[in-house]
Design a protein around this ligand. Structure first.
Ligand code: GLU
Length: 454
């Protein structure tokens, strides 16, 4: 049996045992197919059944989460924690509160986290969790009661050297605060069992900014390798959460112009450049839809989702030099990338987790004049800075913003270098999908072999 047939057999088996998990299957396909050159060279991974083991979470917990809404009604949701891999450190990865959060989505996210966390060079394993709960439109009291109820089960799993959740879509500083309060109440421990904490109670400076800043640092590295930079580049961003906001902020520092942001209601095109202070107020303080943006920025245009062409994400219609998908999975498909490319875009840097479909990735890799920064490399700055938060907590220390940001920048440079060098090692220079997947996999797989069959 050839290596390709072996890998396809493992993929086939995933489909057979988890037939209703297409998103997890997509993530597994992207990783496993790019590992073929490594498996051709090294027989040990097949011998130790690393693929069969790595695609299976070490532990998955599903629990009921009930809270009382403001109308006095009991509301019931699924809660999840997928503890995927602990070969190189405690399980680490965010919590997603979103109506679409289910086992399929959380398994894909937890799986991605294995390779992403490995690439950071830090000792962090991989996990992901969340609930099919929509924080949108909920009162502060409802959010607090939901978070407390969620923690009533989650606390059994987590701890500073066991499993360290953080934020993701729908979970920011407010939610982490409510969960941390309940964790402390239930365990009588003040430890770093969560990251993304408030600054006065163990959080790290620059954690909020880290994913967005890291994504821009990564894009700058990709361009620098080609002798280019971000100066004067028009950049399209999707999303308007944490990742998108701080991508826009950092782009200005590099002399680029962020011209779009989006949310579930539509997108903003602001040709003069996105007003980051306004965006922060609307999204972090007032928590309102993007339509409000154009009330204060008269030259900006809001396009509602109802105006998007079928099967398209409208934000990618705006001509740009570089695109930073920073919203969610599968938000950039083949038609979107064809449009972007046709309009002159030559770089995609993924701030969200798996925002590009497999067909879109194939398109980007096939173009010699295109730079593609895959999520598990480009958006690793968030979890890396969570790792730095864990280090500060363990040492009872608080580092300055400059110190954390400097370390973040170094980590992003390291991730680019190791991914690029690995692409060269395997004869496909510049293919960062292959480079990041092989580099991330190798470290975890070798640790699994060292630790025996557990
Ligand atoms: N949710 C983020 C991610 O996808 C951050 C996870 C963390 O900080 O643990 O990597």
């Amino acid at each position: 049996m050839s290596t390709k047939e072996y890998v396809n057999g493992v993929l086939h088996n995933i489909k057979r045992i988890s037939p209703r998990q297409p998103i997890f299957f997509q993530a597994a396909t992207e990783v496993l197919t790019s590992l073929v050159p490594l498996f051709e060279r090294e027989g040990k991974y097949e011998k130790h059944s690393i693929l069969e083991r790595i695609i299976m979470p070490e532990r998955t917990t599903i629990f009921r989460t009930t809270y009382i809404n403001d109308a006095g009604k009991a509301c019931v949701h699924f809660g999840y924690r997928v503890e995927f891999n602990s070969a190189i450190g405690p399980y680490k990865g965010g919590l997603r509160f979103h109506p679409t959060a289910n086992l399929d989505v959380l398994k894909f996210l937890g799986f991605e986290q294995i390779f992403k966390n490995s690439l950071t060079g830090l000792n962090i394993g991989a996990g992901k969790g969340g609930a099919n709960f929509d924080p949108k439109g909920k009162s502060d009291g409802e959010i607090m009661r939901f978070c407390q109820s969620f923690m009533n089960e989650l606390f059994k799993l987590i701890g500073d050297v066991k499993d360290v959740p953080a934020g993701d879509i729908g979970v920011g500083g407010r939610e982490i605060g409510y969960m941390f309060g309940q964790y402390k109440k239930l365990t009588n421990r003040f430890d770093g069992a969560l990251t993304g904490k408030g600054l006065s109670w163990g959080g790290s400076l620059a954690r909020t900014e880290a994913t967005g800043y890291g994504s821009v640092y990564f894009a700058a590295e990709m361009l620098a390798k080609k002798g280019a930079d971000l100066e004067g580049k028009k950049c399209s961003i999707s999303g308007s959460g944490n990742v998108a906001i701080y991508t826009a902020e950092k782009l200005y520092d590099f002399g680029a112009l962020p011209i779009t942001v989006s949310d579930s209601t539509g997108y903003i095109y602001d040709k003069e450049g996105v007003d980051v202070a306004l965006l922060k107020r609307l999204k972090e303080v007032e928590r309102v839809g993007l339509k409000e943006y154009v009330k204060e920025r008269k030259n900006a245009v809001f396009t509602p989702v109802s105006a998007y062409e079928e099967g398209r994400n409208g934000v990618w219609d705006v001509p740009c030099d570089a695109a930073f998908p920073s919203a969610t999975q599968n938000e950039l498909n083949l038609e979107d990338i064809t449009t972007l490319y046709g309009n002159g875009c030559r770089l995609v840097c993924e701030g969200a987790n798996m925002p590009s479909t497999l067909e879109a990735i194939e398109f980007m890799l096939s173009k010699k004049d295109f730079l593609f920064g895959p999520a598990k490399a480009a958006n690793a700055g968030g979890v890396a800075t969570s790792g730095l938060e864990m280090a500060q907590n363990a040492g009872m220390a608080s580092w300055s913003f400059e110190e954390v940001d400097g370390k973040l920048h170094d980590i992003m440079r390291h991730i680019f270098k190791v991914s690029y060098d690995t692409s060269v090692e395997f004869g496909d220079e510049g293919n960062l999908v292959l480079g990041a997947n092989i580099a991330g996999f190798r470290k975890v797989a070798d640790a699994m072999i060292d630790q025996g069959y557990v």
